[in-house]
Ligand binder design. Structure first.
Ligand SMILES: Cc1ncc(COP(=O)(O)O)c(C=O)c1O
Length: 370
C-alpha cells in the first residue's frame, strides 16, 4: 500500500476527547468511577427526550426529515429566531465545519484564541486554511489583539463565549464595540455552547445583531444540546445566523445530517423546561459548593459562567490528574493548554462533587501540594 495523504492532513493531531469511563475502569480494574471531564450534564437527558426517542425507534428504517422541520420549529420557538435563521448540525461541531467549508479557501485566515475550543483550528487545518491564534489576556478573549490581526485574508473569527476552558465571558459593551470595528466581510462566530449557564442579563443579544446588522460584520451564534440539555451522545446543535448565511450552509451540509432520534429527542428536550431549569440551578449550586470546598483545601477556584471551572492545584496538574484517575475520578489536566498547575472540572451531581472533593483531599496530601 502506498498512501499519499495531503501534507496538511498528516500534520493534524486528532482531538483529545476526555477519557471514557469504560476505558478507565478497564485499564485500572476499578468500578464505580465518575467523569467530570467533558462538561456533560450529570443528571442525564430529559425523560421526555428519552420517551420521544423510544417512540421513534420503530421508524428507523426510514430516512429522517432532511429539513429537520419539527426540530427547527422547536428551536425557533425556543430561541426567537425564525426557521430560515437556523441551521441544525450533528453537534454544534458540525456547524463549525459548515462555516469553515463555506467561507475558507486554501490560504485564507481564521482567527481563534488560545486556549479555546480546539475544533475550530482542526477544521481550518483540514481546509488548508491558516490559523491565526491569539493568546487569551488574563483568561479573556483579547479583543484588541484579535482586531489587530485581521487582514485581507481573514474570513472568520471564532470566539467561545463563555470560553472553554476558562469559563470567562465577553461583556455586552465590549462585544458591541468590538463588532463595530470588524470589517463587514469577516464573519464573527460566537460559540455559545454554555450560554444556558450564563445569567440572562449578561447574555449578548445575538438575534438583534443578526437582524439589525446592516453595516456590521455578520454574526453567527452556535448552540448545543450537549450541555444543559444532556444530549451529548445524540449529537445535535445548531447555529443562529442571517438567513443568507444559513442558505449558504445548507448548500454544504449532507441532506440527512440530523438523524431521526436526534431530531425527535432534541425537540422533546426543548419542551422540558423543568429539567432544563433544574440543570441550570443545580449547576450553579454545585459550582458554588465545589469552589468553597476546593479553596478550603488550599487550591484556587476560578470564577466561571459555565458548568465547569479551573482549579489551580499549586503543583503539577498531570500528576494530580493521574492520582485522581487511580481513585476513579476523571478530570482534565490543563498542562497541554498552557496552565501546568491547573485542572478543569465539570460540576457533577451532589454525590459526584463530594466524591471529587474527598479524592482531591487525598491526592493533594499524597503529592504534597498546597
Ligand atoms: C466551546 C465548545 N463548543 C462546542 C462544543 C461541542 O459541542 P457539540 O457537542 O454540540 O458538538 C464544546 C464541547 O465541549 C465546547 O466546549
Amino acid at each position: 500500500m502506498k498512501l499519499r495523504p495531503a501534507p496538511h492532513i498528516s500534520e493534524i493531531t486528532p482531538y483529545p476527547p476526555g477519557k471514557p469511563l469504560e476505558e478507565l475502569e478497564r485499564e485500572y480494574g476499578i468500578t464505580g468511577s465518575i467523569k467530570l471531564a467533558s462538561n456533560e450534564n450529570p443528571w442525564g437527558p430529559s425523560p421526555r427526550a428519552v420517551e420521544a426517542i423510544a417512540g421513534a425507534l420503530s421508524s428507523l428504517h426510514r430516512y429522517p426529515d432532511g429539513s429537520s422541520y419539527y426540530l427547527t420549529e422547536a428551536v425557533a420557538a425556543w430561541s426567537g429566531a425564525s426557521p430560515e435563521e437556523i441551521v441544525p448540525g450533528n453537534g454544534s461541531n458540525e456547524v463549525i465545519e459548515f462555516l469553515v467549508k463555506a467561507f475558507v479557501r486554501e490560504g485564507d485566515g481564521v482567527i481563534t484564541s488560545h486556549p479555546s475550543f480546539l475544533m475550530y483550528q482542526k477544521f481550518v487545518q483540514v481546509r488548508g486554511g491558516t490559523n491565526i491564534v491569539v493568546p487569551l489576556a488574563d483568561m479573556h478573549h483579547d479583543l484588541e489583539r484579535i482586531l489587530a490581526m485581521i487582514d485581507g485574508r481573514t474570513r472568520l473569527i471564532f470566539m467561545d463565549n463563555p470560553n472553554n476552558p476558562c469559563g470567562t465571558l465577553i461583556s455586552r459593551e465590549r462585544f458591541a464595540t468590538f463588532l463595530r470595528r470588524v470589517p463587514e466581510e469577516v464573519v464573527v462566530v460566537l460559540d455559545e455552547a454554555y450560554v444556558d449557564f450564563v445569567s440572562p442579563e449578561l447574555r449578548i443579544d445575538v438575534l438583534s445583531y443578526i437582524r439589525n446588522g446592516e453595516d456590521l460584520a455578520p454574526l453567527v451564534s452556535l448552540r448545543t444540546f450537549s450541555k444543559a440539555f444532556g444530549l451529548a451522545g445524540l449529537r445535535v446543535g445548531y447555529g443562529l445566523m442571517h438567513r443568507d448565511i444559513a442558505a449558504l450552509l445548507h448548500r454544504v451540509r449532507q441532506p440527512f445530517n440530523i438523524n431521526l432520534l436526534a431530531q425527535v429527542g432534541a425537540a422533546a428536550a426543548l419542551g422540558d423546561k423543568e429539567h432544563y431549569a433544574m440543570t441550570v440551578a443545580e449547576t450553579a449550586r454545585g459550582r458554588a459548593w465545589l469552589s468553597g470546598e476546593v479553596e478550603q483545601l488550599g487550591c484556587r477556584a476560578y470564577p466561571s459562567h459555565t458548568n465547569f471551572f479551573l482549579i489551580d492545584v499549586r503543583g503539577d496538574a498531570t500528576r494530580l490528574y493521574e492520582a485522581l484517575l487511580h481513585r476513579g475520578v476523571i478530570v482534565r489536566s490543563m498542562k497541554a493548554y498552557g496552565y501546568p498547575d491547573f485542572i478543569r472540572i465539570t460540576v457533577g451531581t451532589e454525590a459526584e462533587n463530594r466524591r471529587f472533593v474527598t479524592a482531591l483531599r487525598e491526592c493533594l496530601r499524597e503529592l504534597g501540594y498546597g
